[in-house]
Ligand binder design. Sequence first.
Ligand SMILES: [Zn+2]
Ligand SMILES: [Zn+2]
Length: 331
Amino acid sequence: MKAATILQPKQIEVQELPIPGTAPSELLVRVMASGICGTDVHIFQGEYLGSYPIIPGHEFAGVVEQVGSAVTRFKIGDRVAIEPNLPCDNCVNCLNNRQNFCLNWQAVGVTRPGGMSQYVSVPEKAVFDIGELPFEQGAFMEPLSCVLHGLERLDLAVASKVLLLGAGPIGLLLLQGLRLNGAAEVLVVDKNPDRAALAQSLGADRSLTNLDEIERDAYDAVVDATGAVAVMGRTLDFARPGGKVLLFGVPPAGQTMSIEAFPIFHKGLTILSSYTSLRNSYQALDLLNSKSIRVDKLISHRLPLEEFQRGIEFIEKGSELVYKVMILPNR
Ligand SMILES: [Zn+2]
Ligand SMILES: [Zn+2]
């Protein structure tokens, strides 16, 4: 089989490797669609957890090709998506229902081989049945589950006025989720006019391209989906007194955010973050299957495995019309 391996930071090779075996509790999945995530870019750049060499890819869907002897929920031919985080279920955080902070955390595509490959073996507990959902949409189960965890953290009051900063793939999922959670008004800001326009077609009331045009002290909730520290540092300005701020975007490690401390006190702000997901995969699939959340417009590129590096470079450059880049390893 072919697999795209990151040998070390900034070095990718598409290799010919044996198809992996399956332990009794594992399944072998033939990968049909595998989304490139910002995390893959960070792994490529050498800025994230994870060890090298690694076959990345943690947002993927495919077909069950083989089942281990202890597998109970799946049979060959089932259509599935993968929840990449593998908590140990036996540490103090797991035993307190904080599996996203597992002390022995492993993840498909980060610490063990992932979906930028024609085949991958994964533990049964990481696998979810997607039914008739198209594979490319099933590959959104993981990013959407992270978004749903963020929305649970935000706990938006019905009829809230929301400011959303950033209209990349994650911002556009957040936008739809905010709507489902009863936002009365959503303003989306993205410096790229095309992205801002797409946000309007997916449910934003208004869009802007310039932070300086946003009304200050006005929003019940401000959500950052840029991960850019310069933008994150501005979020507090726009929240109303008593409002909430959710810092959802992943900033680069090692950068400092500059904020004035006094307004946090004076405006009585609630500042939240969100780390991965917490058992949100079924919710994500239900929303995708019911088309309550639409992802078809979020896919901008479909590439073969051989062009994985090109896909990474598209995202690194952040050029206008790049949203989700899908790798199709078995097309
Ligand atoms: Zn991801
Ligand atoms: Zn654990």
